[in-house]
Design a protein around this ligand. Sequence first.
Ligand SMILES: [Zn+2]
Length: 285
Amino acid sequence: MLCTAKEILNDAREKRYAVPGFNCIADVMIRGILDRAESLRSPVFLMLYPGELDDKTWWYYPAIVRAVADRYTIPIVMHLDHANDLDVIRAALDNGFTSVMYDGSSLSFDQNIEMTRRTVEIAKSYGASVEAELGLVGGVDFSAREKGNIPNILTQPDEVVTFVERTGVDLLAVSIGTAHGTYPQLPKLDIPLLKELNAACSVPLVLHGGSGTPDDQMRSAIENGICKFNVYTDIRIAMWNRFRKIAVELKENDPVPNGYFAQLREAIGDVVEAKTTLAGANGRV
Ligand SMILES: [Zn+2]
């Protein structure tokens, strides 16, 4: 069933586990993620990245998710990731998204507050949750590769209280050392900073850049307050590896490999299972 982020993350915060969020764009990904999350009895975020919107995304994506959500018994959050355009946010909410992220990380503190506050105001009338970002999680922006690697700006604990109070946001993404995309060298998360942020923050914390971050550091982040983490690159890598395996195994006399999509769903599902287990979210439904 569809639900909001707020509904599932308060339980996660109280019991110190996290719920993974997976970016996905195609129906094979939606099914790969939901099938495995259902078998693991785990809540899950299905996330859509606005950089991947095209002129028919609103026809397909929310329609598929809404049509299948009630067939699953687990809570499913249909979440818009990294939006910075209020028209896109409105379009998502009009199409049944139950959670949206306003990413004001490139704005000044006051502008970030103002735009996040406006997003919260809009989302309220839909009963949807809002995630914001304070500080900046850098790395690779998939939609703008020419920018290269964007450096992190760590979240400042003294800004958190003011930000949450003035915006009324439901969940807050923080920057503690992870990055988007793949890592040129392994990250080192600032766990003492995370502890301070969690103590200061009245709403659940979110970690972007979950792909490629070593498991022991992820575990430590979850123990110290991360309630949702985002994964995309790891799923893309798993799909690409499976595509290549299928291509290699393709026999000339069988040009249409049987079970091709089932294999892709399985590869996606294996990433979902690894991340869900790491999050401690399995068996929570
Ligand atoms: Zn992100």
